[in-house]
Design a protein around this ligand. Structure first.
Ligand SMILES: *[C@@H]1O[C@H](CO)[C@@H](O)[C@H](O)[C@H]1NC(C)=O
Ligand SMILES: [Ca+2]
Length: 535
């Protein structure tokens, strides 16, 4: 066998994990594989507020050690780093797809994981980016405590006031808060609809005309501010019947429940048996010393005669009182004077305008991350902006899918190991090896090339020995070993929560309460407590 061919095959296989190449129509693509290029294109804001250190490097616990991302390395810091596009993006009459990958490597307490697409303006200065820099779209994950949502905000110019207003989607799709990598996709269509996907699954389908707050288009009519409810307006629909009186046989003093008059004490009831008795099988231990230990008392056990609960003082059960009626109230009748609910008169809205195509956003000149993160090591990767959904899906398939699957499996193992630690009947080494082998098999069944990689990594040294070759390049094999090696870094989550620091850049959403349920996928192992029996 020719070792060159073998090497070629290997490098092709290894290349599979991150292989996406953008087309000439791709508007923006960044996978951080060329670190020197990324370092020169991503510009950090010189604003003092943004002191967080960004690095371009692999994940802490990488599936593929050669897969770099953009990492916000410190917790409790603000970050502003942006990439200026060579040509501004105009989404008129075209689909626009914005997609990126995000991983909370060390978990998340309170962090922005969203991106901003900055508006093409005369005064845009990439080195001065801050929370007030005008953006056209803000999109992505935002978590703070139990509040989390995927943002999609459009800054839109009001044609009357000429001021830009932030339009937020009313829905609050939730963020994946686990420690594995997820991919967020926004699709904006020229028919004024949009879709938000997480991990290639739709989480929100919306419409620019009615999915945003405030709406792009103000209402045509508004309440007349000069109108007010007349003082004689009757808006009580029902009234107590006039002249109704309490019936003579209505006794308001009857109690709700009474003792069951038909109940009798069971004939086998044991009035004088105690619930606990001294354990007759216990005797004073030989080593018991009354002087040191005090007087010995035998422990108590449940009285075996009382297992059916028929011991002690007998009390008759209670039943619902058939004579109970409660407080008498006059029956309600329809109010003959009722006019209806009062509503102010509607007048044409002087501020009305009609934006026919709110999907068209202000041209985009740069992509940026401008966030506060209280947790360290948020990792961004695989940014793409394109007019082609197929292209975005291809990137997801080629650069993310395998990694995500491997990470999910690792997480499952970690969870299983955690559960095992809590369980005293720990599994043995053989079981663990069997488990990893089974895992490898599942992975390899999905991607048969892995068999070849595993096989080749055994075969390679033999071939090289045999042919006495000089420099086998083993470096790249590491990434594939990693797929099986899941015993790496434990979960040390040093998270800093600074109450005083809040995410300032979204004034309109500060006070909102999340009514979303946590869809956190983290499994919590339950510890079973053994309660000691009374003995
Ligand atoms: C993503 O979803 C589409 C359907 O919407 C499907 O055709 C495609 O295979 C999916 N891609 C991956 C990588 O799962
Ligand atoms: Ca990458």
């Amino acid at each position: 066998m020719n070792k060159l061919i073998l090497l070629l095959i290997l490098s092709i296989i290894i290349g599979v994990s991150i292989s996406f190449t953008p087309s000439k129509d791709t508007l923006f693509f960044e996978d951080f594989q060329d670190v020197s290029k990324s370092s020169s294109k991503w510009i950090r804001s010189s604003n003092k507020e943004y002191s967080g250190i960004v690095e371009f490097k692999a994940a802490n616990d990488p599936v593929d050690a050669s897969d770099n991302g953009l990492v916000l390395t410190e917790g409790g810091k603000r970050y502003a780093i942006s990439y200026e596009l060579s040509k501004p993006i105009d989404n008129s009459n075209k689909e626009l797809i914005v997609q990126y990958e995000l991983q909370f490597q060390e978990g998340v307490t309170c962090s922005g994981g969203y991106i901003k697409l900055y508006t093409d303006r005369e005064d845009f200065n990439i080195e001065q980016v801050n929370s007030n820099t005008p953006y056209s779209i803000m999109f992505g994950a935002d978590v703070c405590g139990s509040n989390d949502r995927i943002h999609f905000i459009v800054r839109h110019q009001n044609p009357h006031t000429l001021l830009h207003e932030e339009k937020l989607i009313t829905a609050k799709p939730s963020v994946r808060k686990d420690k594995i990598s997820h991919i967020y996709t926004l699709i904006i269509r020229p028919d004024n609809t949009f879709t938000i996907k997480v991990d290639n699954e739709s989480v929100l389908d919306g419409n620019f005309h009615d999915s945003f707050t405030p709406a792009f288009n103000p209402p045509k009519e508004i309440d007349d501010p000069t109108d007010s409810k007349p003082s004689d307006w009757v808006d009580e629909a029902q009234i107590p019947e006039p002249g109704a009186t309490k019936p003579d046989d209505w006794d308001e003093d009857q109690p709700k429940r009474i003792t069951d008059p038909d109940a009798t004490k069971p004939s086998d009831w044991l009035d004088n048996e105690p619930l606990l008795i001294v354990d007759p099988s216990e005797t004073q231990p030989a080593e018991w010393n009354e002087e040191d230990d005090g007087e010995w008392e035998a422990p108590s056990i449940e009285n075996p005669k009382c297992v059916s609960g028929q011991c002690g003082e007998w009390v008759a059960p209670t039943i619902v009182n058939p004579l109970y009626k409660g407080k008498w109230e006059a029956p309600l009748i329809a109010n003959p004077a009722y006019i209806g609910e009062w509503k102010p008169k509607q007048i044409p809205n002087p501020q009305y305008f009609n934006v026919e195509n709110p999907y068209i956003v202000d041209p985009i000149v740069a992509v940026g991350i401008e966030v506060l993160s209280n947790t360290r090591d948020l990792l961004f990767d695989n940014f793409i902006i394109t007019h082609s959904q197929e292209e975005a899906q291809q990137l997801l398939q080629e650069n993310w899918k395998e990694k995500h699957t491997a990470q999910k499996e690792r997480q499952a193992i970690k969870d299983a190991e955690e559960a095992k630690k809590l369980d005293p009947s720990n599994g043995d080494l053989l079981e663990t090896i069997k488990f990893y082998l089974a895992l490898f098999q599942t992975e390899a069944n999905q991607n048969p090339l892995l068999y070849l990689v595993a096989f080749s990594s055994l075969l390679l040294p033999i071939v090289f020995c045999f042919t006495r070759s000089k420099k086998p390049s083993q470096k790249k094999l590491k990434s594939d070993d990693d797929l099986v090696d899941t015993t790496s870094t434990s979960t040390t989550t040093t998270t800093v929560i600074k109450e005083s620091v809040s995410i300032q850049d979204k004034p309109t959403i500060e006070s909102e309460e999340s009514d979303d349920d946590d869809d956190e996928t983290t499994k919590k192992s339950t510890v079973t407590k053994r309660t000691n029996k009374v003995k």
